[in-house]
Design a protein around this ligand. Structure first.
Ligand code: 5GP
Ligand code: ZN
Length: 114
């Protein structure tokens, strides 16, 4: 998907601060961090939203969560705590239509719906 920002980050045509990479997953720092630790975890496969995930993506989804666990440890927030967020479509405020999980931590995050 050449018009997708995150596909361009995967291709390397848009630079990013990568923190984790495997054959199936990439994670990088959010350009507008909402917390001291704010990392985006994405599949290398272009999947627009959670609604588009199919049974063929089971391994990829497992890989995304394995990445989240490892990154939380490496960023030092596994024990202090963190939040994983996935926005879907308009009411969530999703702006980039390439599946991603926000990993947020490094401070008390407050109530989920502030
Ligand atoms: P969404 O609202 O779609 O769940 O979140 C998209 C996130 O992507 C936002 O937090 C935004 O700051 C981040 N973002 C958008 N464009 C870029 C970019 O070019 N590089 C990086 N590192 N993050 C981006
Ligand atoms: Zn994409």
């Amino acid at each position: 998907m050449s018009n997708c920002i995150f596909c361009q980050i995967i291709e390397g045509t848009i630079p990013s601060q990568k923190v984790y990479e495997t054959d199936t997953v990439l994670a990088f720092r959010d350009i507008q961090p909402a917390a001291p630790v704010h990392i985006l975890i994405i599949p290398k496969k272009h999947i627009p939203t959670m609604n588009d995930v199919g049974p063929e993506d089971d391994q990829t989804m497992a890989d995304l969560f394995a990445a989240a666990r490892q990154i939380a440890k490496e960023e030092g927030v596994a024990e202090s705590g963190y939040r994983l967020i996935n926005n879907v479509n308009k009411d969530s405020g999703q702006v980039v239509f390439h599946l991603h999980f926000h990993l947020l931590g490094g401070k008390p995050l407050g109530p989920l719906l502030a």
